[in-house]
Design a protein around this ligand. Structure first.
Ligand SMILES: [Zn+2]
Length: 201
């Protein structure tokens, strides 16, 4: 439903650059599972004074929300825990930049993965809602998306209207209403869950 009084604006959440050996597809299946994923979320030491004072709170907020957010995003099929020796390192970087999953391969095998999530994009300091969508998006890149209908890890048929379903577009679109927090995509679509091997109950 659209309320005429509601000032709707579309903003772009973090765009995403995928670095590394993601194309054209994994030569072997990723060894980590979206059904039981562990993440090491930590704070980098970069950024201006304002961001460096903000970022520990962001980290705590994301850490608190991420297990439930992952469960919701995967339609209850995935579990996520935070641990120091997680499956994947995720650094919150307080500088302006493009968030990305970086993978290094050797002999067709992924030997390391790291996600950098930038908390600043251009002139804007990203909100928790945007950062949560970015975190889910970058985690999704571990498995998604390859093959027909994708380019650089993203679906090419981005919807024209805002939807909370479908996390693997670039850039992602959040909906902003004046006076309230942005609403960002929060649930993987069925085709994304299939790429993550989470299709079916
Ligand atoms: Zn991406």
């Amino acid at each position: 439903m659209k309320a005429a009084a509601l000032a709707l604006a579309l903003i772009l959440a973090s765009s995403c650059g995928v670095i590394g050996s993601l194309r054209p597809g994994p030569t072997i299946a990723p060894l980590i599972s979206a059904a039981f994923l562990s993440v090491h979320l930590f704070v980098g030491d970069q950024g201006d004074a304002q961001e460096r004072s903000r970022i520990p709170e962001l980290r705590d907020a994301i850490a608190a929300a991420l297990p439930n957010a992952w469960s919701t995003a995967t339609a209850g099929r995935g579990q996520l825990s935070l641990r120091t020796d997680g499956d994947i390192d995720m650094e919150l970087d307080g500088t302006d930049g493009t968030s990305a999953l970086t993978q290094h391969s050797s002999g067709g095998r992924v030997i390391s993965r790291k996600i950098a999530v930038h908390t600043v994009e251009g002139p804007r300091r990203l909100t928790i809602a945007e950062l949560m969508a970015t975190v889910l998006h970058e985690l999704g890149h571990i498995w998604c998306c390859f093959g027909p209908g994708t380019k650089d890890g993203h679906w090419t048929d981005a919807p024209k209207d805002f939807s909370t379903v479908g996390l693997m577009y670039s850039p992602m679109t959040c909906r902003v209403s004046r006076g309230s927090d942005p609403i960002c995509p929060s649930v993987f679509s069925e085709r994304e869950l299939a790429e993550m091997r989470l299709n079916g109950p």
